[in-house]
Design a protein around this ligand. Structure first.
Ligand code: MN
Length: 252
């Protein structure tokens, strides 16, 4: 199996290195990742700057391609230029910090996987909860087992999965839940401050993790201690409202 691995935390991120080691048990892994961290850039791409690629020693004998671009650039470039043959799988992560609920739309980690899905390649984004003792190898092992099962069942059907792993130092997860993305907003605000020159600036506050108890969602299942798996699609069309909006009889 040929695997393309990317992320948004940068090519030297420990989560990427852990996932590379775990996926090497499944096949040949090509690493193409941003040279510098690109968290929360979403599905941004680089249109007006040159993209340069450097061979990077990953420190464990393996080499990767460092790209001065966004996660989506990395996957696009890998699929069209860097890989001699298309991969069977695109993996992204392991990201430091969860990508649950509406965070999915801000996530560079998920964007890299979505980019793989644009090309019809089965793709998986993997994230682990931030904590004092992040067990990347544990998360990568869980991801590898999920990918194994996905590839065995999914066959050639393109599929896009978002996987989130709770803090493993707090104990083993209760299990795996396949759940829809929470639509709850963040618990957030802004702090207004003055810079040393007396000009106002703003700093985002609160936390970017919503709460969503008692419902069937990724946020709720994750809070209960489960590894969450959410099949995603990139068609953002609100199909239930198509007929409704057509019924407005919009005119020029
Ligand atoms: Mn990140």
């Amino acid at each position: 199996m040929r695997i393309l691995l990317s992320n948004d935390d940068g090519i030297m991120a420990p989560g990427l290195l852990a996932l590379r080691r775990a996926l090497a048990e499944l096949g040949d892994v090509t690493v193409v990742a941003p040279t510098v961290a690109q968290s929360a850039v979403g599905h941004a791409i680089t249109l007006t700057d040159p993209i340069r690629v450097h061979r990077v020693d990953l420190g464990d004998g393996a080499k990767g391609y460092g790209v001065n671009g966004r996660p989506a650039d990395c996957v696009k470039l890998a699929l069209l230029e860097l890989m001699p043959e298309p991969p069977d799988l695109v993996a992204s992560g392991v990201n430091l910090g969860t990508n649950l609920g509406i965070n999915v739309l801000y996530s560079g980690t998920v964007a890299a996987a979505v980019e793989g899905a644009f090309f019809g390649v089965p793709s998986v984004a993997v994230s682990i909860e931030d904590s004092d003792a992040v067990d990347y190898d544990g998360a990568a092992a869980i991801a590898r087992r999920i990918i194994d099962q996905m590839m065995a069942r999914g066959g050639k059907t393109p599929l896009l999965l978002n996987v989130n792993v709770p803090d493993l130092a707090a104990g083993p997860p209760k299990g795996i839940r396949v759940v829809p993305q929470s639509m709850k907003g963040f618990n957030e605000g802004w702090e207004r401050r003055s810079d040393p020159r007396g000009r106002t600036y703003y700093w985002m506050t609160g936390n970017q993790e919503g709460e969503d108890h008692g419902v069937d969602s990724d946020v709720a299942a994750f809070d209960e201690g489960y590894v969450t798996v959410t099949p995603l699609r990139f068609d953002l069309t609100d199909r239930h409202r198509i007929d409704n909006v057509r019924g407005w009889d919009l005119r020029l």
